[in-house]
Write a protein that binds this ligand. Structure first.
Ligand SMILES: *Cc1c(COP(=O)(O)O)cnc(C)c1O
Length: 418
């Protein structure tokens, strides 16, 4: 192992051992990446992606062939009828709200099968009141939590489904909650269960952080619609903005009509020169996701070895790129995030501090020194400053970068302990 001049001997020794123990898991991650790489390459070849597809259109963007082809490429990778992949979708939350607001009509109900959704959606749904929320137009919601943070509560799901239930909503990644992330197979099982009760519901999956972590995607297991952000896994670190929705053609049509206007749908929306980054980022995405997964696995071993609790634990399957490390002390959370920030390519000299984010009751500290602002497929860490003082680590476009940053974080924390 390379000898770093700025990391203690103790941590370098533990890290070398950690890496050795991780090698068999890394081989499994590489096998998934290799299969996904082929899947992505195959769809580029089958769709005859060419240099002219990178042409930058503006304005209406009618007949923008590169945009239309990219959407076919996404649809092929996710094995869906259609796709919407646009720079006009600002981020993951926007993509999710776009999907929900396109499909739900007054009187409809969303049933959340994986507990309360990701924090940033609370105002979209109206869990916290906000102008323009879905509850404002008479959409209601019901929530079924995961039992022990892991298993679907089937009796409760059965009892909550009624004639109004239009969408069953599944969040694949734990995000910043203390539950487990889900495999595409587990998502498929609950979709089959719910649809056996009411077949006409739409199975809607928040796929953020999950893309390319498995051999299959939720759309291979019965999801009608899958939604995500291009400044996470599928953008491969190169997409500068954007979101995607893949799924059934009739549902994608509704989403396109909402994104632009009924009658315009997918036909308009110049891509302003980002298509090459969308294509190239997608070509790298399986490998970039594998690097983020390796960093997460390395983190689980290293921090467990240092006496902390990691989730997923070392040896447990990773169904998304997020690694939660419970440090039990606000000072250690600050030190961890400070070390990650200090090991970033951009803004390494900045010291992160806790701040009060809208929608959160506790102050949150974040480390992010990314080329794409806020990109969390790049090296990043977030920690709400509350019990039990857990930091959520994710990303790193290369494993080497993730590993170095984690060693710096371990060093910074252990200097404190010993
Ligand atoms: C990141 C994320 C979102 C929201 O995406 P933004 O791009 O931050 O708006 C939603 N759900 C999950 C699980 C996420 O990880």
């Amino acid at each position: 192992m390379y000898h770093y001049p700025d990391i203690s001997e103790k941590i370098q020794k533990t890290a070398a051992e950690a890496e050795q123990q991780c090698l068999p898991v890394f081989r499994e991650i590489e096998a998934v990446s290799e299969a996904n790489q082929y899947k992505v390459l195959r769809s580029f070849i089958d769709n005859r992606v060419s240099e002219s597809d990178f042409f930058a259109s503006s304005g209406y963007g009618y007949n923008e062939l590169g945009r239309e082809k990219l959407e076919r490429v996404y649809a092929d990778i996710f094995h869906t009828e259609d796709a919407l992949v646009r720079p006009q979708i600002s981020c993951g939350t926007h993509a999710l709200y776009l999907g929900l607001s396109s499909l739900l009509l007054p009187g409809d109900q969303i049933l959340f099968l994986t507990g309360k959704p990701y924090d940033s959606l609370e105002k979209s749904i109206g869990i916290t009141p906000a102008p323009g929320s879905l509850s404002e137009i008479g959409v209601t919601y019901a929530i079924s939590d995961l039992i022990d943070g892991e298993y679907f509560d089937l009796p409760r799901i059965r009892s909550l489904i009624n004639e109004k239930t239009r969408i069953i909503y599944i969040q694949r990644s734990k995000g910043y909650a203390s539950r487990k992330s889900l495999s595409p197979e587990a998502i498929g099982e609950v979709i089959r269960f719910a649809k056996s009760i009411k077949p006409d519901m739409i199975a809607f999956v928040d796929n953020c952080y999950g893309e390319f972590t498995s051999l299959t995607e939720p759309t291979d297991h019965g999801a009608d619609l899958c939604v995500g952000s291009l400044i996470k896994n599928p953008g491969g670190g190169l997409a500068p903005i954007g979101g995607y929705i893949v799924g059934r053609a009739d549902l994608i049509e509704r989403c396109a009509n909402r994104l632009t206007a009924p009658g315009l749908g997918k036909e308009v929306g110049g891509s302003l020169g980002v298509l090459k980054q969308f294509y190239q980022g997608l070509s790298l995405a399986p490998s970039v996701t594998a690097n983020a997964l390796k960093s997460a696995v390395f983190a689980s071993f290293l921090f467990e070895k240092l006496g902390f609790c990691a989730s997923p634990a070392f040896g447990e399957a990773h169904h998304c790129i997020v690694e939660a490390l419970t440090l039990r002390d606000p000072d250690l959370v600050r030190k961890f995030c400070g070390a990650i920030q200090g090991a970033s390519y951009v803004d390494s000299y900045v010291i992160p501090e806790g701040y009060d984010m809208p929608g959160y009751s506790d102050s949150v500290i974040m480390a992010s020194g990314a080329f794409i602002s806020g990109s969390s497929i790049e090296l990043s860490a977030d920690g709400p400053l509350r019990e039990p003082y857990t930091v959520f680590f994710q990303g790193g476009l290369t494993y080497e970068h993730g590993k170095y940053a984690l060693m710096k974080a371990a060093d910074s924390i252990c200097g404190n302990l010993s």
